[in-house]
Design a protein around this ligand. Structure first.
Ligand code: NAD
Length: 480
């Protein structure tokens, strides 16, 4: 297989113009562990220029809703047209198989079209002979949008779609691990957008705080780890920037005793291991009834042994490498620690020899709360299966800890499952599915998994403020 190379150099887009820098940052292909491209390393002057451009552009961008809808549709067309080229770039920098990269671009176009078409009528609270009272939304201005490495395009451009529908403008920063496809898409989208409404910066983590404390940033929309989210909440607090935080998750799955085990594992396995477990709402710990525990463990282990792991460019690959060395090492450490606490590795459990950040799909049993792989987010292909004694025990374990992103309950009886699912302390609670998401749903986490939500009309909250317009129908001095 020929190694992937970029056809054009990566540039940042600021105020509608391509910008290169004197210093650069290497981008590593996770399948080889070697650098294959570089991106501009921005600094404070670029951050300033981006927010100045976004603030200038906001003055006219905010005025014309119909034009913004048309722009969102034109952006969706660009994303779809560019997907052929950019799918390869995304796989080369992120590691996911080409088919998953394709799905990410299709999903991104879906977000753009959803917000292009969304109607947000004013909320009329009162309309009588005395007064008309309505609630409208006012855009905020320049938004700092910061994305993680797992779904760089869909997460980054869902933020852009929502901000644009609200009338705000954006300075977008991808993860230093996955900047390439975002930079290229920013460049291409510049052809259908007014200068300055979308500015894309690259560089190391240090660009993040420059954005979240920037005086011209009126809001911060962040998706990433809870640890970074906490720092951002503190940084943005100083001048009360609006905040949307989509943070880490440790999704519990409760499997009741009446299920068809093979059918359930057929559904759960891909959801837990998709993108190599690097998904915020992946099932991350399975709680299973004692009666069906061993059948469920066997079914998971059979699938884990059979799944094809390899370079995302190979057509047979189902799971690629982890995105980066620290993430691969974290998974390895959590598994080693669990084993030291008595966990049994049913299958997997080791780093795959050779170049790249590959780790064996891993199933663990004989592990429980109090061990990090159960209590924390592993964000990788290692899944602990924990036995529960009764439903109350399962719920207590599922709700323990400070994560509250998603969770699911599986049963042959959907009413029985729903009664349990509604007691999960999560932003999303599924019955007989998991990771079912759409742009129309408000996606957000409870507890330490986030603040605010993205998607649907509620998603606009992070990019606009409410305004109550109270219009008295009595004109002072008038007799009518
Ligand atoms: P991360 O927190 O390490 O980095 C995310 C982004 O924040 C990167 O662009 C990084 O450069 C930037 N950043 C780092 N330090 C910063 C700072 N002090 N101020 C501002 N920005 C800073 O996260 P990651 O490892 O890229 O992503 C994985 C995490 O993201 C997981 O915890 C996962 O669950 C979470 N995630 C959550 C959702 C959700 O919707 N809830 C979706 C995807 C991923």
């Amino acid at each position: 297989m020929e190694p992937f190379t970029l056809t054009s150099p990566a540039v940042m887009t600021i105020g509608g113009a391509a910008v290169d820098t004197a210093t650069s940052l290497d981008v590593i292909n996770p399948a080889t562990g070697r650098p294959f491209a570089s991106v501009p390393a921005g600094d404070r002057t670029h951050v300033d220029a981006a927010f100045e451009a976004a603030t200038r552009a906001f003055q006219t961008w905010r005025e014309d809703e119909e034009y913004r809808r048309q722009s969102l549709r034109a952006m969706a067309d660009v994303v779809q047209d560019a997907a052929g080229e950019l799918t390869q770039v995304l796989t080369a920098e992120q590691g996911k198989p080409l088919s998953e990269s394709q799905r990410e671009f299709a999903g991104t176009a879906g977000w753009l079209r959803y917000y292009a078409d969304l109607e947000v009528p004013p909320e009329v609270l009162r309309d009588d002979s005395e007064a008309r009272v309505e609630v409208v939304r006012r855009p905020l201005g320049a938004v700092a949008a910061i994305a993680p490495f797992n779904f760089p395009i869909m997460i980054g451009f869902a933020k852009v779609a929502t901000a644009f529908r609200a009338g705000s403008t954006v300075v977008l920063k991808p993860s230093p691990y996955t900047p390439l496809a975002t930079l290229r898409l920013g460049e291409l989208l510049g052809q259908v957008l007014p200068a300055g409404v979308l500015n894309v910066l690259s560089g190391g983590d240090e660009i993040g705080p420059m954005m979240t404390t920037h005086p011209l940033a009126r809001a911060v929309s962040f998706t990433g780890s809870t640890a970074t989210g906490r720092k951002i909440a503190a940084a943005a607090g100083d001048d009360l920037k609006r905040l949307t935080l989509e943070l880490g998750g440790n999704d519990p799955v409760i499997v009741l005793d009446d299920v068809d085990v093979d059918a359930v594992v057929e559904q759960l396995f891909p959801r837990a291991f998709n993108n190599n477990g690097q998904a915020c709402v992946a099932p991350k710990r399975i709680y299973v009834a004692r009666e069906i525990r061993s059948a469920l463990v066997d079914a998971f282990a059979d699938r884990a042994r059979a799944v094809k792991v390899g370079d995302g460019f190979l057509p047979e690959t189902v799971l690629g490498p982890l995105n980066n060395a620290p993430q691969r090492d974290r998974v390895a450490t959590l598994v080693t620690e669990a084993v030291a606490h008595g966990a049994k590795v049913v299958t997997g459990g080791t780093v795959i020899d050779g170049p790249g950040y590959f780790y064996e799909p891993t199933i663990l049993t004989d592990v429980s709360d109090g061990v990090r792989i159960v209590d924390e987010e592993q964000f990788g292909p290692a899944l602990p299966i924990v036995e529960y004694t009764d439903i109350e025990d399962a719920l207590r374990r599922a709700n323990s800890g400070m994560f509250g992103l998603g969770g699911s309950v599986w049963s042959a009886d959907t009413d029985r499952a729903a009664a349990v699912a509604q007691r999960l302390e999560t932003g999303m609670s599924w019955v007989n599915t998991h990771t079912a998401i759409s742009p129309a749903m408000p996606f957000g986490g409870a507890k330490w998994s986030g603040l605010g939500s993205e998607g649907g009309p509620r998603g606009l909250d992070g990019y606009s403020d409410f305004q109550v317009i109270y219009r008295s129908k009595k004109v002072p001095g008038s007799r009518v």
